[in-house]
Ligand binder design. Structure first.
Ligand SMILES: NC(=O)c1ccc[n+]([C@@H]2O[C@H](COP(=O)([O-])OP(=O)(O)OC[C@H]3O[C@@H](n4cnc5c(N)ncnc54)[C@H](O)[C@@H]3O)[C@@H](O)[C@H]2O)c1
Length: 342
């Protein structure tokens, strides 16, 4: 159940004994201390590309907090960084009553969340996402991850955050490329689950005028899906629309394409013709790719490594018209063929 507070800005959902409280709204970063508990011993983790004032404003709200800055970029999502975070937790003397707070995009949230899930067999984790992608998607749902070998998110856990603070003011400093990259996840959710949101994205309204509405609508979709299927055993697979080919593109591009750009291209292969035309129009408007830059042959080995591959079949998400979807089981070869023939 998703519950909005009387202000319409706080909503919570529960999973087993865990309750995740989400505080959303401009300026809400000032409420992190109250949400976490100002007397608690905390470590905040941010990355070197996130304007430092966000993490500093977070730790200033606690009587006992320190800040760790990890290098920005997807290359940091590895075991070396995990060791650095675990060492910092130990140095700060965090016990099982302490908390770890991520302040940054999906990369920081994924690795900090993983550290929180395994340090002393799990401590409280809070997330303050500062990219659009992390605000509407990565910060909700409890997936944590490290990349290993050449494979994205190969190692990970489910560890739901105790709380998420979504302050859209922080998006003001985000560069347009990462902003549009996050928008790809919004477009993804609109395509499968919300025809009204899709229409809003198709309309000529300046994006910044409707940003808060868009973030709230996408959050609703994500929370609803996660609540119904917290461990991705069924319905939650809908969030993988575009990801089967998208993840492969992201890996092969070797850092040249962002996560959002890669899944944008990945979505266009799983649509009716009419839907593809409408989708491509939105993607082009926001400078997102509409085609894979790589052939099916090149992507096939990476499609085959999809974690969702079961008995040689991958569940893909197909969209006939906005706000609808169906699951289709396909072999990696059939998926790779889609790229060659379209
Ligand atoms: N856990 C999940 O459910 C989930 C879902 C989707 C994606 N992800 C993961 O998220 C990651 C991608 O996330 P991302 O797109 O947020 O990338 P990111 O975390 O790498 O951030 C992108 C860049 O923006 C900078 N940045 C962050 N906030 C900023 C701000 N407010 N102002 C200026 N610069 C800022 C960062 O330093 C970084 O250089 C990938 O690792 C992906 O696998 C996880």
């Amino acid at each position: 159940m998703t519950v909005f507070s009387k202000m319409g800005k706080v909503f919570t959902f529960g999973y087993r004994d865990a309750i995740c409280e989400i505080v959303e709204g401009r300026g809400s970063i000032a409420s992190v201390g109250t949400l976490v508990g100002k007397e608690r011993n905390v470590l905040a983790v941010t990355d070197s590309g996130v304007p430092i004032q966000y993490a500093e404003s977070v730790i200033a709200q606690f009587s006992n907090a320190s800040l760790l800055i990890i290098p920005q970029g997807e290359e940091s999502k590895n075991f070396n960084t995990l060791e650095v975070i675990i060492s910092a937790l130990m140095q700060q003397g965090i016990d099982r009553y302490g908390a770890l707070i991520a302040v940054g995009g999906g990369m920081t949230g994924d690795i900090a969340g993983f550290a929180a899930s395994c340090y002393k067999r799990g401590i409280d984790f809070y997330n303050v996402p500062t990219t659009l992608l992390a605000q509407v998607d990565a910060s909700i749902g409890g997936k944590t991850a490290l990349n290993f070998g050449n494979i994205k998110n190969m190692v990970g856990t489910f560890h739901h955050p105790k709380g998420v603070v979504i302050d859209t003011e922080t998006l003001k400093t985000l560069d347009s490329r990462h902003f549009y990259s996050g928008l790809a996840e919004v477009i993804k959710m609109a395509a499968t689950s919300d025809a009204d949101l899709f229409a809003m994205l198709e309309s000529d309204k300046p994006l910044m005028e409707v940003l808060d509405k868009i973030v709230a609508a996408a959050l609703h979709i994500k929370c609803d899906v996660v609540l119904k299927d917290p461990l991705e055993q069924g319905l939650r697979k809908v969030l993988n629309f575009g990801h089967t080919i998208g993840h492969a593109i992201e890996v092969v591009s070797n850092g040249k394409l962002t996560h959002g750009e890669s899944i944008a291209a990945g979505m266009t292969y799983f649509c009716s013709d009419e839907m593809r035309q409408r989708l491509e129009k939105i993607l082009k408007r926001y400078h997102l790719p509409v085609k894979s830059p790589f052939t099916g042959d090149i992507l096939l080995p990476f499609i085959s490594q999809d974690k969702k591959c079961n008995n040689g079949l991958i569940t893909t998400v197909y969209v006939e018209s906005p706000g609808t979807y169906e699951f289709r089981k396909m072999t990696p070869e059939e998926i790779a063929d889609l790229i060659s023939i379209s």
